[in-house]
Design a binder for this molecule. Structure first.
Ligand code: ATP
Ligand code: XMP
Ligand code: GLN
Ligand code: MG
Length: 513
């Protein structure tokens, strides 16, 4: 995605948990926003012509060795800057103020007293609620700055050098626990930076299409298509950009759900006029996974095997340099970045083989799922695709905890189909983020028809989430749990027990591997 023709705000990422949230809040205000690494060179920043820059929070202390710092020249670009938490501390440090470690952390919901209701605090309630998460404090303001808000424990909870358009807040305006946070961000964007708000999903489409066309030129492109909303949106965008230069490849790795291969092929062959190649690679994936138990190893093998299949298809079609994937921001951040930890290697990011030669085309890499759904509606994708629940690329292979075998796959596929049907019948399919079955490689004793059984357990996972980054387990009605449990045990041979997963993310993740 490029900033062409749209007012752009940049979020410089110092490793904060909420960096991505800041960016999407800004987009929610109708302003185009991109995240850039904290060490992006000044020339590059200048070339992106931002109208405003936000420094994110981050886990470090500015005075620590190896703390991420940007070039102080950022303040000389003539662009307003808003520093959030670590971002404000860094602003202080770079401009000649002082930051120190305090004895006690300030964490959670805190009362904020506004000393100057101007700039980002224009029309904000004089006493308002904000979300804090810090242990370092500003002990000396940089020259030219004034305190604009304080709390009972932070004398400098916000500061400003209004003349230069530089602002700092110790709290997090981007989280929902800061009720007036959006208003503050809007003040920054519209009053301080003087933006118009000229961006929406429609302009995203134009921008993305133009960027893809510029990148790909007259060359052939392959798109990894799963039938999920992300790769479907990516495929349609690329198709708009380069038409028949695009070929989609849908891989059946043997870990798809019941009826999925037929259904995806039908939807795309009949509904879209896009070249589609269906590859049955069941055997090659199965052969490589035999005997593998470690989740990260499974993910890496699957990620690599996907690429090998795409390479083979590319070779058949001629010489293809570009591979389109429906990668989203959460896939990127969970796979680990320079400043964020590896949670799991999403097959399409952290699971890619090192020797891969394709150049990636990932038009959705900065977006979250709900933004992609809005985009899907914008480009008139069928409702069924827009509202399809996410399904991980490695599929059922990472929902079998332990070794993947044909028997286990069959059992899980049947159980999962029952979960799908019953959640649909209960009218919950679109209301929840995901609902699915998992199969831990664990057997337990049961009694059926007066006989002892020793069979598999099925875990039921149903979660609510906005963007997949955090999630809560859904309080399903007992009747729904009951019917799912009874149907699975009665209809799926090899299962004699069903359990419901009642953990949120964090501390768990949505998938079990
Ligand atoms: N079976 C598959 N065949 C081809 N490509 C795939 C397959 N599964 C996943 N991919 C590729 O990996 C990417 C990431 O998978 P992921 O499951 O996150 O996205 P999705 O399937 O497009 O959407 P959703 O998250 O809604 O399932 C996809 O966008 C697609 O490019
Ligand atoms: O394309 C994908 N490739 C993967 O390797 C992968 N792992 C998890 N997921 C999906 O991402 C969301 C967050 O999942 P976790 O809470 O398990 O990390 C959930 O929606 C998961 O289904 C994946 N998607
Ligand atoms: N959330 C943050 O940005 C924290 C910044 C810094 N490490 C502090 O504790 O004060
Ligand atoms: Mg998917």
């Amino acid at each position: 995605m490029t900033a062409a023709n749209h007012e752009t705000v940049l979020v410089m990422d110092f490793g904060g948990q909420y960096s991505q949230l800041i960016a999407r809040r800004i987009r929610e205000c109708g302003v185009y926003c991109e995240i850039v690494p904290f060490n992006t060179p000044l020339e590059k920043l200048r070339a992106m012509q931002p109208k405003g820059i936000v420094f994110s929070g981050g886990p470090n202390s500015v005075y620590a060795d190896g703390a991420p710092r940007c070039d102080a020249g950022v303040f000389a670009l003539g662009v307003p800057v808003l520093g959030i938490c670590y971002g404000m501390q860094l602003t202080t440090y770079l401009l000649g103020g002082k930051v120190a470690h305090a004895d006690s952390r300030e964490y959670g919901s805190t009362r904020l007293f506004i000393d100057e209701r101007a700039g980002i605090f224009a029309e904000i309630t004089a006493e308002t609620q904000v979300w804090m998460s810090h242990g370092d404090y500003i002990t000396e303001l940089p020259p030219g700055f004034a305190v604009t808000a304080h709390t009972n424990s932070s004398p400098v909870a916000a500061m400003a050098d209004a003349a230069r358009g530089i602002f700092g807040v110790q709290f997090h305006p981007e989280v929902v626990h800061t009720p007036e946070g959006m208003k503050m961000l809007r003040n920054f964007l519209f009053n301080v930076c003087g933006l118009k708000g000229d961006w929406d999903m429609g302009s995203f489409v134009d921008q993305a299409v133009a960027a893809i066309r510029a990148k790909v030129g007259g060359k052939q492109v392959l798109c990894a298509l799963s039938g999920g909303v992300d790769s479907s949106v990516a495929a349609v965008l690329v198709h708009r950009a380069v038409g028949d230069q695009l070929t989609c490849v849908f891989v059946n790795h043997g870990f798809l759900r019941k009826g999925e291969p037929e259904q995806v092929v039908k939807t795309f062959r009949d509904g879209f006029h896009i070249n589609l190649v269906y590859v049955d690679a069941t055997e090659r994936f199965m052969n490589r996974l035999r005997g593998v138990l470690d989740p990260e190893q499974k993910r890496k093998i699957i990620g690599e095997e996907f690429i090998r299949v795409f390479e083979a298809e590319a070779a058949k079609l001629g010489d293809i340099d570009f591979l389109v994937q429906g990668t989203l921001y959460p896939d990127v951040i969970e796979s680990g970045t320079a400043t964020a930890a590896v949670i799991k290697s999403h097959h399409n990011v952290g699971g890619l083989p090192e020797d891969m030669k394709f150049q990636l085309v990932e038009p959705l890499r900065d977006l979250f799922k709900d933004e992609v759904r809005a985009l899907g509606r914008e480009i008139n994708l069928p409702e069924d695709i827009v509202w399809r629940q996410p399904f991980p690329g490695p599929g059922l292979a990472i929902r079998i905890i332990g070794e993947v075998t044909e028997e286990r796959l069959d059992i899980l596929r049947e159980a999962d189909a029952i979960v799908y049907q019953e959640i649909k019948i209960a009218g919950l399919y679109r209301k929840v983020w995901q609902s699915f079955a998992v199969l831990p490689a664990m057997k337990s004793v049961g009694v059926m028809g007066d006989e002892r059984t020793y069979a598999y357990t099925i875990g039921l996972r149903v979660v609510a989430s906005e963007d997949g980054m955090t999630a809560d387990w859904v309080r399903l009605p007992y009747e729904v749990l009951d019917v799912i449990s009874r149907r699975i045990v009665n209809e799926v041979t090899g299962v004699n027990r069903v359990v419901y997963d009642v953990t949120s993310k964090p501390p768990s993740t949505i998938e079990w591997e």
